[in-house]
Design a protein around this ligand. Structure first.
Ligand SMILES: Nc1ncnc2c1ncn2[C@@H]1O[C@H](COP(=O)(O)OP(=O)(O)OP(=O)(O)O)[C@@H](O)[C@H]1O
Length: 270
């Protein structure tokens, strides 16, 4: 679907957020970008979305053409809903901005709300919804144009654990149903391991992609109780501990992986 070739981004204030970041994304992938705070994960997502431009390297879309508006959905950490507009109006917004008439958009808006379990809440205002429901509206808004690629920037970070688990499971179901690709930014090793088929690890700033671990877990709620999930978490934790920084390895412990780890398939990058 997309190749990122040695992307670099230095902001006008001199902050070098990314250096030589390379990644290949296939249609139908679910990739988690995992790395410490400030390592450039959001910057990388914004470059993919076309919301910012790299200073170095290039982004190559298969077929040579960047996606049309609506082919990429973006979900942020905050639900970012219009507070005065109903759930349905918020979901309609991206279609409205593209000139789609309200009447024509109605079925798509209803379907998107139903897909995230909010059929009965079309008329509700954001303040009448819980945090998890507001995030569902935000996801419905990203899905309403049936994007090929869904970019998610720590969408569940502000939610309680019960809500987060529910939304993670719903997201997996949506991903399977819609067969879109997902790039998901997170700080959480557990979240990355539960959701993603490919867990991509980044160095501290300037962010580079150093290691990738492939998950062989079944994408289902039961995976949380699978011993292979714990083993994958151990693999990723160990790989993070190995990431070199200017001050030494990223984590204080440089211990060997536990014997029961090793379910994931690891590929180090140059
Ligand atoms: N517009 C900007 N101008 C200057 N510096 C910026 C800008 N945007 C981001 N940065 C800096 O670039 C670095 C990477 O930021 P980014 O938000 O991509 O990191 P992140 O990995 O997503 O962080 P977090 O996990 O904490 O959200 C940070 O040091 C940040 O302060």
């Amino acid at each position: 679907m997309l190749t990122l070739e040695r992307l670099g981004r230095r902001f006008p204030n001199g902050t070098e957020a990314l250096r030589d970041a390379s990644l290949r994304l296939q249609q139908g992938d679910f990739v988690a970008l995992l790395g410490p705070s400030g390592c450039g994960k959001s910057t990388l997502l914004r470059l993919i979305a076309g919301l910012d431009a790299p200073d170095a390297g290039r982004i190559h879309w298969d077929g040579g053409q960047a996606p049309a508006p609506g082919e990429i959905g973006f979900v942020f950490q905050d639900a970012t809903l219009l507070p005065w507009a109903s759930a349905a109006e918020n979901v309609f917004l991206p279609l409205r901005l593209r000139g789609v008439a309200r009447g024509t958009a109605g079925p798509a808006v209803q379907a998107a709300l139903a897909r995230v379990g909010l059929d009965g809440f079309a008329a509700a205002l954001p303040r009448e919804l819980s945090g998890g429901m507001r995030m569902r509206v935000s996801i419905a808004r990203a899905l309403v144009s049936r994007p090929r690629l869904l970019l998610m920037d720590e969408p569940f970070a502000a939610l309680d654990e019960f809500t987060r688990h529910g939304l993670q499971e719903d997201l997996l179901a949506l991903w399977r149903e819609l067969s879109c690709s997902v790039v998901f930014v997170t700080h959480s090793i557990y979240e990355a391991c539960f959701l993603a088929r490919r867990i991509v690890l980044m160095t501290p700033r300037p962010g580079r992609i150093v290691t990738e671990i492939e998950s062989r877990l079944t994408a289902s709620p039961e995976a949380r109780l699978d011993p292979a999930y714990a083993a994958l978490v151990a693999d990723v934790t160990h790989a993070l501990q190995q990431i070199p920084t200017a001050e030494g390895p990223l984590a204080p412990s440089h211990a060997a992986a536990p014997a029961w780890a090793g379910q994931g398939w690891r590929q180090d990058r140059p």
